[in-house]
Design a protein around this ligand. Structure first.
Ligand code: NDP
Length: 370
């Protein structure tokens, strides 16, 4: 069954899914000047996993659809073992058999190196890329499965699935599916282009992501909330608006960079600032920073859309408890810190060109405010 799906789904995806990009894709140039190739097949992996999940829940009944909720704590132990094993292996690999020694970063601080990683793109063999696999497989595929398990548990305990649980499943499902649909775009994000692979990514992907990002569903199992229609519609609208801003902003940058500025943004040729930087081997590269579309409104409007979506998941849980709101607090800290970290890096990379860019687009997340 799996083989049939593996053979037919990639073909189907390429032919019938508009905008989907799969197959072998190239990543960005690393600081040492390497261009890695990636096998993009996350959408297939997600579809196969979920088809099997639904087949089991509706026909085969090999295991209960609530299996993840029922084993939540044992799975937390397993996820931790995996997260620490992977981070430790990545550290040892960085010291003794790195994939590309020139792209390794040793700060001299053992704990910092363990946390933030030594190797830039650790790999085993030609295709198994640690960053793409751990960022883009176990945790994110599990995200929607975990939510389904929570919905099944609500059904088992209360005889119904609340509209708040459906909203959380649908909005987070769109976000996850978007990730796999646009997996090729993901190759150009900070995770892949700039972060080294250590505990921050290894443990974060295996433990933090599946356990924290699904907090709303877990809360709703213990505290089922049936929202009034106005509240539910408000949450849905906010979630969809946030997702649209997130997707359009990311798409605009991706299109701009892929076509080297030869595209149209909101019907016009995009405006940009020319910039240059020098890699560690002394080679000079040229790049462009777009100042059109949402990238002219704020320097990270994609984060703003992401935060609106995150707030919608929390609001779906009502106002009885602070716990589900931990997610929006965490995402605000994560993305604000990420924004500052990225800008610090871009400033040292582009120098005075970055200053021209920040003068043209003065706000980070909220035009006129921050
Ligand atoms: P971005 O996709 O915004 O990438 C930032 C990089 O884009 C910069 O380092 C720079 O790279 C380039 N860049 C910056 N400004 C411009 C411009 N004006 N024109 C062209 N290129 C520009 O950041 P992330 O990778 O952090 O985020 C990607 C998405 O993932 C976001 O929507 C974010 O919300 C989401 N995300 C979600 C997380 C979650 O846990 N749910 C976690 C992290 C991110 P260069 O050096 O190439 O110039």
């Amino acid at each position: 069954f799996q083989v049939v799906l593996y053979v037919s789904i990639p073909d189907f995806c390429h032919k019938f899914l508009p905008g989907y990009v799969g197959g072998v894709q190239e990543g960005a140039v690393t600081p040492a000047g390497v261009v890695n190739k990636y096998e993009i097949n996350g959408l297939q992996a997600w579809i196969i996993t979920h088809v099997l999940w639904f087949a089991n829940a509706s026909c085969f009944h090999f295991f209960s659809p609530t299996i993840i909720f029922d084993n939540w704590i044992p799975l937390l132990w397993c996820a931790n073992i995996l997260g620490y094993a992977v981070s430790t292996f990545a550290m040892i690999k960085g010291y003794f058999f790195p994939t590309n020694a020139k792209d390794c970063k040793f700060t001299g601080n053992f704990f910092y190196d363990y946390m933030m990683g030594i190797e830039f793109n650790p790999r085993i063999g030609k295709w198994f890329d640690f960053k793409l696999f751990f960022n883009g497989r176990p945790g994110i595929v599990a995200w929607t499965l975990i939510n389904l398990s929570f919905a099944a548990k609500q059904q088992e305990l209360y005889g119904e699935v609340t509209n708040s649980m459906i909203l959380v499943n649908v909005l987070q499902g769109i976000y996850v599916l978007d990730f796999f649909w646009n997996e090729a775009w993901y190759l150009k994000t900070i995770d892949i282009c700039h972060d080294h692979f250590g505990w921050y990514l290894g443990w974060g992907d295996c433990v933090w992501l599946p356990y924290l990002y699904t907090l709303q569903g877990l809360y709703l199992v213990y505290h089922p909330v049936q929202l009034c229609t106005a509240h539910a519609v408000g949450v849905l609208m906010l979630g969809l608006l946030g997702y649209s801003i997130f997707r359009i902003t990311n798409h605009q940058k991706d299109l701009f960079r892929r076509t080297n500025g030869n595209c149209r943004i909101w019907g016009k040729k995009p405006e940009y600032i020319e910039c240059s930087y020098v890699s560690v081997d002394g080679t000079k590269y040229y790049s462009k920073l777009m100042t059109s579309g949402f990238w002219g409104w704020a320097r990270h409007f994609n984060y703003t859309g992401d935060l609106m979506g995150s707030l919608a998941y929390c609001l779906a849980c009502g106002f009885e408890h602070i716990l589900p709101y931990f997610y929006i607090i965490y995402m605000t800290i994560l993305l604000t810190h990420r924004c500052i970290r990225d800008e610090h890096r871009c400033c040292s990379k582009y120098g005075k060109d970055w200053k021209h860019y920040t003068a043209a687009v003065p706000y980070r997340l909220l035009p006129g405010i921050f």
